[in-house]
Design a protein around this ligand. Structure first.
Ligand code: PEP
Length: 250
């Protein structure tokens, strides 16, 4: 039986005072829950704040990106070991905003995946199709190519220390959620594809759904057999909403 996981992606939102209220609200709301796992992926400058407020609790923390390099002359970049210094458990990789706005290719996402694992971090590897790809009927092909960037380079075994997030691009920040059935179909496809290499890894793999998850739709989504929780953007910035979603994963 896989444990459910709910991860907040704060994107480029936050201020010290606001974060303090949000993190305290999350701790108050989920601190006693034991049947699922929770985390927040915060902007780099707030990792120390997240660490100091969350350490010892049942809420883990992480980052939203990292450099594939260990160190060097890469102005503005953040090395995997730096995230490890702040005891990050997770790092989001290949988010559609990174792929789209920052032109990150499958190759770059794969290099970041390997760098994260080397530093002891758990990658949350994002895949998902655009609206035009869905409408053209190529969702599975697109997701397969994104997944294979990792699967064909590092093998299924690498996924035993990773999380996959299926995030249809058309559902991110748009208020349009994939129906539970639409999401389930892609999650099952992802699990089947990995099972072709290693059925044990596939069965144990945590596959999150992301894309306008709200308290009103979380229960239905999380009830699907291959949906193991959520990657939550907008709703993770509102303590009551994030807590309600976390409770839906119980
Ligand atoms: C995300 O940023 O990963 C995301 C799913 O955002 P939202 O929940 O706002 O759609």
């Amino acid at each position: 039986m896989r444990r459910k996981l709910v991860v907040g992606n704060w994107k480029m939102y936050g201020r010290l005072a606001r974060n303090q209220t949000l993190l305290q609200g999350i701790l108050d709301g989920v601190g006693q829950l034991r049947n699922a796992d929770y985390a927040v992926c915060v902007p780099y400058p707030y990792l120390a704040q997240a660490q100091s407020m969350l350490q010892g609790s049942n809420v883990a923390w992480g980052a939203q990106n990292l450099s594939p390099h260990e160190e060097g002359a890469f102005t503005g970049a953040v090395a995997p070991g730096m995230l490890a210094d702040f005891a990050c458990r997770y790092v989001i990789i290949g988010h559609s905003e990174r792929r789209g706005l920052f032109h990150e290719s499958n190759e770059i996402a794969a290099a970041k995946f390997a760098a994260a694992q080397k530093a002891g971090l758990t990658p949350i590897f994002c895949v998902g199709e655009t609206l035009s790809e869905r409408e053209s009927g190529v969702t599975e092909q697109v997701v397969a190519i994104q997944l294979d960037a990792v699967l064909s380079r590092f093998g299924a075994a690498a996924l035993s220390r990773a999380v996959i997030a299926y995030e249809p691009v058309w559902a991110i920040g748009t208020g349009k959620t994939a129906s539970p059935e639409q999401a389930q179909a892609v999650h099952a496809f992802i699990r089947r594809r990995i099972a072709q290499q290693d059925s044990q890894v596939a069965q144990g793999l945590c596959i999150l759904y992301g894309g306008s998850v709200k308290p009103a739709n979380a229960v239905e989504l999380f009830a699907m057999p291959d949906i193991d929780g959520g990657l939550i953007g907008g709703a993770s910035l509102v303590a009551d909403e994030f807590v309600a979603i976390c409770r839906a994963a119980q």
